[in-house]
Ligand binder design. Structure first.
Ligand code: OXD
Length: 312
């Protein structure tokens, strides 16, 4: 029997729909969606997504926080997050599958020149655009964690030439591994389609910048499905407008929702989506939360804990 209540913090999600799943998996759990100061001590479990800074200071009895996403940057951004409280992030086959679909679709989008073909269709122009064979297209994955590895396996099945760049060496059959600061330039030099799946940390913030784009071969494309904070938007626009980059897919932005005034909305070389690359599946997520709480009651820690030294 869980000791204490669970708070579902995310305010812009349909709370009832999400918490109903948890009620089904754990009817005995006291689930709350708000609290007064007097009630704050009851809350020992918390499901969070981008809370206001200072939010965690109001919860003195926390035993665990469950991030509603794979990325936890929006949670650790709160300086009052108590670092002794374990933070569990989403690692789930449904999320990996969704991200893999998004990455594969967008690699194909730039490889098979869908943007150019659509433009021709709009002009009613019949012009053959032949795409190179996949084995000659070099796809570079920045970030070789669970999501990067899942995407790599699917791209490999399509015969792409693959490389991965990561903080520590990751050996995956058919994927050339590049590591750390020294490995970045050689990795970029061999990348026709760059996919960013990195966690957002102080070390990776702004990594998609003018220098990075200049190190890519002429005509490369960039896909950012990690965080808006990775990208220096004005550097991307300069690289697209200057002709060095062929195109970009963006799912995430510095400011979300993307303001109407952003030039990215209408840029002819940008395909953008509203942060939907891989949306956490409520049922699967809540099943995992219920299992983790049960395990904690029996004295075991939850899975997929964030290492606060690395911030992922
Ligand atoms: C995530 C996200 O972190 O959806 O999972 O952005």
């Amino acid at each position: 029997m869980p000791q204490g209540a669970l708070l579902f913090q995310p305010s812009h999600f349909p709370r009832e729909a999400w918490t109903d799943h948890l009620r089904r998996f754990m009817p005995e759990l006291d689930i709350r969606t708000s609290f007064t100061e007097a009630e704050s001590k009851d809350i020992v479990y918390c499901i969070a997504w981008r809370p206001e800074p200072g939010f965690f200071a109001r919860l003195p009895s926390l035993k665990v926080v469950f991030s509603m996403g794979a990325g936890v940057d929006g949670i650790v951004a709160d300086p009052t997050y108590p670092r002794h409280v374990p933070l569990s992030r989403v690692v789930d086959d449904t999320l990996s599958q969704a991200m893999t679909e998004y990455v594969v679709f967008n690699v194909l989008y730039w490889h098979r020149r869908v943007r150019d073909l659509e433009a021709l269709q709009n002009l009613k122009k019949w012009r053959v655009i032949a795409a190179p064979r996949a084995e000659y297209v070099r796809v570079g994955l920045m970030g070789m964690g669970v999501l990067g590895q899942a995407a790599a396996r699917a791209l490999k099945a399509l015969n792409y030439r693959l490389a991965g760049w990561s903080h520590s060496p990751k050996m995956l059959d058919g994927v050339e591994s590049f590591v750390g600061a020294d490995g970045l330039k050689p990795f970029l030099a061999k990348t026709d389609i760059l996919v960013c799946l990195l966690p957002l940390t102080p070390a990776t913030r702004g990594i998609l910048n003018a220098q990075t784009f200049a190190a890519l071969p002429q005509g490369a494309a960039v896909i950012n499905c990690a965080r808006g904070g990775h990208l220096i938007e004005k550097d991307l626009l300069a690289a697209l407008d200057g002709g060095h980059l062929r195109g970009a897919t963006l799912d995430v932005f510095q400011t979300e929702p993307l303001p109407e005034s952003s030039p990215l909305w209408t840029h002819p070389k940008v395909f953008l989506t509203p942060h939907i690359a891989a949306i956490t599946d409520p049922e699967s997520f809540m099943r995992n939360v219920a299992n983790a709480i049960r395990r904690m009651d029996q004295g075991s820690p939850p899975d997929n804990l964030v290492d606060f030294a690395r911030l992922y």
